[in-house]
Design a binder for this molecule. Structure first.
Ligand code: AMP
Ligand code: FES
Ligand code: ZN
Ligand code: ZN
Length: 313
């Protein structure tokens, strides 16, 4: 296999693009692709102040690397969830790698530790709140979304970027199309606009990039990242759908991308127009002021109220 650009030995074969590239040309190609998507979906410009949510994994660190290489002003946000792995501290290790990445490049990283700031780790919260039983992922999603939005808003960032890749997006899409969850489908997009009420603009610049390509990018550019999935994600539906999609992709290279892109096209053509028209009204949470669709308190403040009540009981 030879690099299409220079003829040197290739390090990666992108079957879905019928393209093989050497290390140098792959490290040029991926940021160029990302730039194309940023432009295509009008995500942000060089004038924006971007906050990248980094988990210490390959997707978000590669994204941060590419954004800074492309000349964007991008700071990072790491959220300490307090998750332990099998024989090691998963969150501490993720934080170490995110901090190391930022320090090596002289980039600014905000760190918000959930326990230190609000009083409990994610696994503790899952038990106390009875939300999702012993699976903390739903409570974790809620807490992460809240902290990301709040940090972006309070820090004066104009955009919040996450490292959701094509495999993530296709797996969520499969989950939501199997149940035809129109409300979720209408909100699954490369860009979610800001709202005047304090909801930051959200973008997913690598939503069209395969997970495998982001892993190759991290390896080829020497980015140290946490290899393991979150220990609580093991056995999750998302990983199961990713596995099925990979089996399909193996037989039909490009299928995952086509699935996602035809979904976006169908949405542009108005397939979920009815759900889009029903979007819930936002207002400010009575306690923290963050935007919410729930009446009174937002679900984040409700969650911590429940923690307080159960501790007082
Ligand atoms: P996940 O929900 O774990 O698939 O992660 C999706 C995206 O959310 C990642 O690519 C990051 O941008 C962001 N993210 C996940 N975990 C964290 C974290 N602990 N701190 C900051 N951002 C995170
Ligand atoms: Fe949140 Fe695993 S519980 S990432
Ligand atoms: Zn080459
Ligand atoms: Zn609130």
């Amino acid at each position: 296999m030879k690099c299409r650009t220079c003829g040197q030995p290739a390090i990666i074969n992108l079957r879905q693009h019928k393209l093989a590239l050497c290390r140098t040309h792959f490290l040029d190609w991926l940021p160029e692709q990302t730039q194309r998507f940023i432009h295509h979906y009008r995500m942000f410009t060089l004038d924006d102040r971007i906050l990248v949510a980094v988990s210490g994994g390959k997707d978000s660190l590669s994204l941060w690397d590419m954004l800074t290489r492309l000349g964007y002003h991008a700071d990072g946000l790491y959220i300490g969830l307090g998750v332990l792995g099998d024989g090691f501290d998963y969150s501490a290790e993720s934080q170490r790698l995110a901090e190391q990445f930022a320090a090596q490049r002289g980039l600014k990283l905000h760190v918000v530790d959930v326990k230190a700031t609000y009083g409990a780790t994610i696994p503790e919260l899952a038990v106390i709140s009875h939300r999702g039983q012993d699976k903390p992922c739903s409570v974790c999603g809620l807490v992460k979304r809240y902290i990301m939005n709040r940090t972006a808003y309070e820090g004066g960032y104009t955009v919040l970027a996450t490292g959701h890749n094509l495999d993530d997006e296709a797996a969520v899409l499969m989950q939501n199309t199997l149940t035809w969850s129109g409300g979720y489908l209408v909100r699954q997009a490369p860009v979610l606009p800001a709202s005047g009420l304090g909801l930051a603009r959200k973008v997913k610049p690598v939503c069209r990039i395969y997970e495998r390509e982001l892993a190759a990018y991290a390896l080829a550019s020497g980015i140290e990242y946490v290899y393991d999935e979150c220990p609580h994600a093991v056995g999750s539906n998302t990983l199961w759908y990713k596995d099925i999609l990979n089996q399909m992709e193996e037989k039909r290279p490009g299928l995952k991308l086509q699935y996602y892109l035809s979904f976006l096209q169908a949405k542009d053509d108005g397939l979920f127009a009815a759900q889009a028209a029903q979007a819930d009204e936002l207002h400010a949470c009575e306690k923290c002021g963050q935007p919410t669709t729930a009446p009174g308190l937002c679900s984040f403040c409700r969650l911590w109220d429940r923690v307080r009540q159960s501790r007082e009981a």
